[in-house]
Design a protein around this ligand. Structure first.
Ligand SMILES: NC(=O)c1ccc[n+]([C@@H]2O[C@H](COP(=O)([O-])OP(=O)(O)OC[C@H]3O[C@@H](n4cnc5c(N)ncnc54)[C@H](OP(=O)(O)O)[C@@H]3O)[C@@H](O)[C@H]2O)c1
Length: 291
């Protein structure tokens, strides 16, 4: 049995799942992609059934509760999808000797360091979303399938889903003035690049925790400026602070002030740099323009 004999992608309607499907298609690898309506990962009998049907050798779990602000009020639901369900998946993958790839977030860090974060740096999520994703990380490692890969990424965007650039484009087109925080630093990451890097890691038999984002760093404000420029839009854009934003939206989640992830272990492994976030944004525009 080889790793790629029977590939299953969960959360198939999501942004990252779309990019993984594209990457597997480009390699002429067949896969089964299952969306929530066919396979709800919080329902263990459904997980069992899926394993009976597909006998996966590799599961890529793209299912997640990703509405960061809403997680603050829907903590139970968020913990079910991002935490407990990951434990069930890990358990069945261990029993059936399937490899499991799971994705997590820079929001497991508290943002107090000011240099790129390594996989073994201290964690300290500041939001319900971050805590739920950390729970998933911990439960995955506790069940530890024979082969597992935990990939933390950040500020993810791509076609086929609602994401920050699309929100900014829509807002700019509607003529609304935009205020965007300028005191949170991270790295926007294009789903296509994350999908390619995931396959690179699998090809090289990598296991354990990896950080994958585009390279470089920016703030949400500067990212927005780049989006406006890339899409040739005109808007009234001004910076604000996290504190001001919190006053305006008291129910919003706290995000780390600094959450740039250190991608150098990946770059060393594959012998090539991750594409820069600005270059990735340009390719995102081209992807949107290509049917
Ligand atoms: N987006 C980001 O900025 C970001 C940043 C860092 C890390 N990540 C991580 O990257 C991974 C992929 O995120 P993404 O941006 O591709 O997310 P996404 O576009 O929101 O897709 C997530 C998918 O999971 C599905 N889902 C939710 N609950 C489910 C359940 N119980 N059973 C099966 N499917 C379920 C959703 O279906 P519905 O549409 O029906 O809800 C959605 O299609 C996630 O692990 C996320 O935490 C994302």
């Amino acid at each position: 049995m080889s790793l790629y004999d029977s590939i299953v992608i969960t959360g198939a309607a999501g942004m990252l799942a779309h990019a993984l499907k594209r990457a597997f298609k480009a390699r002429r690898l067949s896969f089964n992609a299952v969306a929530r309506r066919e396979w709800d990962i919080t329902d263990p009998p459904q997980i069992e059934l899926m394993f009976e049907d597909y006998q996966p050798t590799l599961v890529l779990n793209c299912a997640a509760y990703t509405k960061v602000d809403l997680c603050e009020e829907k903590q139970a639901e968020c913990n079910d999808v991002n935490g407990t369900a990951v434990e069930s998946l890990a358990e069945i993958c261990r029993e059936r000797r399937a490899a499991l790839v799971h994705f997590s977030t820079d929001y497991v860090f508290d943002g107090s360091l000011s240099r790129p974060l390594r996989p073994d740096d201290p964690i300290g999520p500041q939001s319900a979303y971050g805590r739920s994703k950390l729970l998933g990380e911990q439960l995955l490692q506790a069940k530890a399938p024979e082969r597992w890969l935990l990939i933390r990424t950040a500020w993810l965007y791509g076609p086929n889903g609602s994401c920050f650039p699309q929100t900014m484009i829509n807002a700019a087109k509607s003529g609304k003035p935009l205020k965007v925080v300028n005191d949170q630093t991270g790295t926007p990451t294009f789903t296509y690049d994350l999908a390619e890097a995931t396959l690179d890691l699998l090809d090289r038999n990598a296991t354990g925790i990896w950080h994958i984002t585009n390279s470089g760093e920016t703030t949400w404000f500067d990212f927005t400026r780049a989006i406006i420029e890339e899409f040739n839009l005109k808007t009234d854009l001004s910076p604000t602070t996290s504190a001001e934003w919190k006053k305006l939206k008291p129910n919003s989640a706290i995000r780390p002030a600094y959450s740039v992830l250190d991608v150098s272990p990946y770059e060393k492994l594959v012998g090539k740099p991750m594409p820069h976030w600005r270059d990735a944004l340009h390719r995102y525009r081209l992807a949107l323009e290509t049917p």
